[in-house]
Design a protein around this ligand. Structure first.
Ligand code: NAI
Ligand code: 15L
Length: 269
């Protein structure tokens, strides 16, 4: 049966807020979890991913989990270790103890951020491309993907790891035109990841059907995902403001991960 009750970790964040608005239309009852309190949501669980007891209670009785909580940009290794690496492990252990069968894990393009971006005529980046994290943040997403594979192989817990591009209301840079995931397409992709059969551990790229696409959406479409949006409507404005990407202008224009490849990251990305 399709999952009904879904734990949404990171529910107070940018993506969590967008998904709180969009996922109930698919029939899900969301249980919200975040270290930051959520105004107007008295039933939300306000707790840290380090709190084992709170996690056990949070996952008890849910049909599936969407795991968004964590640090979402580069930070010190200690911070990433605690929130993203140990935090994701803590969640999976709680899910194992309570028998939750499926998780959708918010991985990131930064797990493969040092992959050169395709030039015109190059093949799209496949899901099986070697991992080349561009930050400690990206490394933590590689860990999450490996953890997911391990929990599937060892315990039969399923995960769809979604390497999200840039999910915001609108793309805000020329790079984002290639990896933008519209909020509506994100909800469609998460719904597909929650309902597809026999996913084992699957890795998919998460973006809309952008004209300037850099990566291969085949594995996402295999889940039943049918993107409806394309960032191209924002292209003229962004290119007029920033110019086309040009590796000669800056090396970070040459990589999928954009400014995350530099130390420190060169914003905006
Ligand atoms: P965000 O930073 O807006 O939200 C993250 C949320 O996680 C925050 O509300 C924060 O309070 C919570 N959190 C952080 N550490 C926690 C902890 N130890 N315990 C409990 N809660 C904790 O990030 P955003 O943009 O909403 O991203 C959500 C997830 O999706 C993140 O895992 C991020 O890495 C991933 N992602 C997002 C992308 C995007 O374009 N928005 C792109 C690629 C990945
Ligand atoms: C990410 O992984 C971040 O969480 C998000 O804030 C954006 O920076 C996105 O990648 C991106 O690469 O644009």
């Amino acid at each position: 049966p399709a999952p009904r009750t879904v734990l949404l970790t990171g529910a107070a964040g940018g993506l969590g807020t967008l998904m709180r608005g969009l996922l109930p239309a698919y029939g899900y009852e969301l249980r919200l979890f975040d270290a930051t309190p959520i105004e107007g949501e008295p039933d939300a669980i306000t707790a840290d991913l380090a709190d084992h007891e709170a996690l056990r209670e949070a996952v008890r009785g849910v049909d599936a989990i969407i795991h968004l909580a964590g640090i979402s940009l580069e930070a010190s290794f200690d911070k990433i270790l605690r929130a993203n690496i140990a935090g994701t492990y803590n969640l999976y252990e709680a899910a194992r103890a309570e028998g939750v069968r499926r998780t959708v894990f918010a991985s990131s393009n930064h797990a493969v951020g040092f992959t050169p971006r395709p030039e015109d005529g190059d093949p799209l980046i496949p899901v099986g491309t070697p991992r080349r994290p561009d930050t400690f943040y990206g490394l933590s997403k590689c860990f999450g993907e490996d953890l997911s594979q391990f929990y599937w192989d060892k315990y039969g817990q399923e995960t769809v790891s979604v390497r999200i591009g840039s999910c915001f209301l609108e793309p805000t840079s020329v790079r984002m035109l290639s990896i933008w995931l519209s909020p509506g397409d994100c909800a469609r992709l998460f719904h597909a990841a929650l309902t597809a059969e026999d996913v084992g551990h699957s890795i998919v790229y998460g973006s809309s059907a952008n004209t300037r696409l850099w990566w291969d959406l085949t594995s996402a479409r295999a889940l039943g995902y049918e993107p409806e949006d394309d960032s191209e409507q924002y292209a003229a404005k962004l290119v007029a403001a920033h110019g086309e990407l040009d590796p000669a202008r800056h090396p970070d224009h040459a990589y999928l991960g954009g400014a995350f490849v530099t130390d420190p990251p060169r914003w905006p990305y």
